[in-house]
Each structure stands twice: as C-alpha cells, then as structure tokens.
Ligand binder design. Structure first.
Ligand code: ST9
Ligand code: ZN
Ligand code: ZN
Length: 328
C-alpha cells in the first residue's frame, strides 16, 4: 500500500499556480526580456568578494590534499556530516520551507533547520529566500539575481562577485516577504548571524581548518551553485521544454536531492522538488521524518491534497529501507 500510494502521489503532481510563492510570472518575464534586449549590461566587480573567494579556494585546495593523503576517518565522517546536514539547512530550510513555503514546520523543526542553515554560511535565510523568490518569478531575466543569460560562470558564482543589477532591487522590492520577517526564528538568525556562523560553520576550524572548514564549505557552495548553473544547462526537460532548468542527476547527488530542477521550476509548490526516488532525495526523507514525528504538520498545508497519505514513523522507516534497495 505504501508503495502504491507513493506512486499515485508522484503521478498526481499538479501544476497549481501560486501567485505568492513563486510560480514564474510569464508576462513580467516577457516584458523584462524585451527591456533587457535594449540595454547593455553593466558589470561592477566587487573586488573584496573576488579576493575572499580566491583565498577560500586556495585554502580548499590544501584541504583537498589533506583529505586525500592525511585526514583521519573521523575527519572524513565529520566533513560528510557537515555537508549533508548543512545542506539540509539550505534545501529543507531556506529553500523548500522558507523560500517556497512548500510545507509547514512547527517551531522545533524551524529552530533545527535554522541552526543547520548556519553551517552552510550562504547569507541569512531572509536574504537567501528573497533572492530565490526573484529567481523563480523572473527566471533568466535581469531581475533574476543569477540570470543564466549572463553566462554559466555568472549563474554559478560570478553573481556573488559583482553588484546586483538594479532590476533585481526594483523587481525584488515588489515581493511580499512579510512571512519571512514575521518569523521569530528568522529574526533571531538575522540578529545573531555572525556568532551563529562562527560557531556552526567554522567551529571545526580549530581541529580541521582546511578539510572540514574550508574544503567542506567550498564543496557545499559549489554543490549549491551547480543548481543555478549545471541544472540550468546540462540535462533533459520532461516537464516544461520552454524553460532553462533541466533534470540533472549528478547535481541531485551532491545537493542532497535538488537536481530535479525542471520539475522544480514547473511545480515550485511541491515539497519534494523532484520525482527522483527517495535515495536520491535525502531532503525529502528528512521532511517526511519531521512529518512522522509531528514537527511538520503536512496535513495543515492547504495546497497539498495528498495530506491523507502523510507517512507514519513506521512507514517512513520502511520507505527509507526500501529506498536503498529500489531505484523507484
Ligand atoms: C551563497 C548563496 O552562496 C547561494 C545561493 C544559491 C541559490 C541556489 C538556489 C538553487 C535551488 C536550491 C538548491 C539548494 C541546493 C543546496 C545543496 C546543499 C548541499 N530583492 O546584496 P546587496 C536590495 S552566499 C529586493 O548588498 P549589492 C536591498 O535593499 C555565499 N531587494 O547588493 C539590499 O539591502 P538589504 C557567501 C534586494 O551591493 C540592497 O539591495 N556570501 C534584493 O549589489 C543591497 O543588497 C557571499 O558571498 C532582492 N533580491 O551587492 C556574500 N537584493 O539586504 C555575497 C538586494 O539590507 N553577497 N536588494 O535589504 C554580496 O557581497 C552582495 O550581495 C553582492 C551584491 C556583492 C553580491
Ligand atoms: Zn526553488
Ligand atoms: Zn533555478
């Protein structure tokens, strides 16, 4: 029954346009694209960021060397943990919960995800979600912070080394972010971001600076950035041929379940973000575990008709086991 239910749910993914939470605004996109064609793009490099990223990558290279030739098993396990759980802070937290509101989470789950999010050091959640809402609403235009029209490198990491296009600010100002500002967990994170990040992202720096500190951080960054670059370039488009995002299984592996990007841009309100099986979607396992433990009241989410099939703890464990033996 459990498997049948899952398959039925998977087939049932419907395109529900949700104005607030990020369905692409096609009229606005066409208008912006026409304006973009008229004006040349101006790039203002922020040298401070260029230097920081350069230093980070040099340190990370040393970390790669140490990881291969010197690191203990315990360090490797710690790096893996930080990548996966820091990754969850982005995928389950900043992305699926706060940017998209694709599910609801009670206070303990929100605190847990916010704490994990600090490990990833990718700006505070309010800023992350604001940029991401721009990305979905005005994809591939100058109002998209990592506009793919400006090239692979710009979409990957170049956008973090230049001033934002004025259109990002102008259009972004129209977004309703009141839900983010109203969340006390996000207010707390914003107020205490520096100490939180130092404690969680670089606490391991004292014992494993280059490996668990710099290399792991750099790896998580590239795994995330690849969703904006590789997952808008290399792959196939089973859900919507007209958009740039693609399905890319490799980026799914490194981004703990986020590479089904053609699905995600087509159905941004779906908390799974892809139809890949459970073993390729660890983030979904975490959210479903939260639901089974009562921290994610999926039943209260109005957009989700499949609420009746929210798995129990036993079902979740069973599916977790199955996911390792079944490609789905
Ligand atoms: C990082 C983020 O890496 C990565 C995000 C990737 C997203 C991926 C999504 C893919 C899907 C999910 C998959 C997840 C997979 C995860 C896998 C994990 C294993 N709307 O920014 P400022 C206004 S961070 C509205 O300074 P500049 C606003 O008033 C890495 N308004 O612009 C703002 O003031 P405030 C570490 C906006 O001066 C003001 O403008 N961090 C918007 O042009 C100034 O904003 C860094 O590297 C908007 N969207 O500077 C930091 N944006 O904020 C990099 C701005 O006070 N950032 N405004 O309201 C910077 O240094 C700067 O932002 C800058 C631009 C130089 C890039
Ligand atoms: Zn998204
Ligand atoms: Zn995208």
């Amino acid at each position: 029954t459990v498997i049948t239910r899952t398959i039925t749910n998977t087939k049932k993914a419907e395109k529900v346009i949700d104005e607030q939470y990020l369905a692409a605004d096609l009229d606005e996109i066409t208008k912006l694209q026409e304006e973009d064609r008229k004006k040349p793009l101006k790039t203002v490099i922020v040298w401070r960021n260029v230097l920081i990223f350069l230093a980070l990558h040099l340190g990370a290279l040393l970390g790669v060397y140490q990881t291969i030739f010197e690191a203990k098993w315990a360090t490797l396990a710690w790096m893996f943990f930080l990548h996966v759980f820091g990754g969850f802070g982005i995928t389950a937290g900043a992305h699926r919960l706060w940017a998209h509101r694709s599910y609801k989470a009670r206070l303990p789950m929100r605190i847990f995800l916010m704490l994990l999010n600090n490990i990833a050091l990718q700006n505070d959640i309010i800023e992350w979600a604001r940029d991401h809402r721009c990305h979905h609403k005005w994809t591939d235009t100058t109002a998209d912070p990592h506009n793919t029209e400006r090239g692979f490198f710009f979409a990957h990491m170049g956008w973090l080394m230049v001033k934002k296009h004025p259109m990002v600010r102008e259009q972004g100002a129209k977004l309703d972010l009141s839900d983010l500002y109203a969340d006390p967990v996000l207010q707390f994170q914003r107020k205490n971001y520096l100490p939180l990040v130092i404690l969680s992202c670089f606490v391991s720096a004292f014992v494993a600076f280059y490996t668990a500190g710099l290399f792991r951080y750099c790896f998580t960054l590239h795994a995330t950035w690849c969703i904006n670059s590789a997952a808008h370039w290399f792959g196939f488009k089973p859900y919507d041929q007209a958009i740039s995002p693609v399905e890319n299984v490799w980026t799914t592996v490194t981004a703990v379940g986020e590479g089904g990007h053609n699905f995600h841009h087509t159905f941004p309100q779906d908390y799974r973000t892809s139809e890949y099986s459970w073993r390729l979607n660890w983030t979904r396992i975490l959210i479903d575990a939260g639901a089974a433990l009562g921290s994610v009241p999926i039943k209260e989410t109005p957009r989700r008709e499949r609420s009746s099939s929210t798995p129990t703890l036993v079902e979740t464990s069973l599916l977790l086991l199955l996911s390792f033996s079944n490609t789905g």
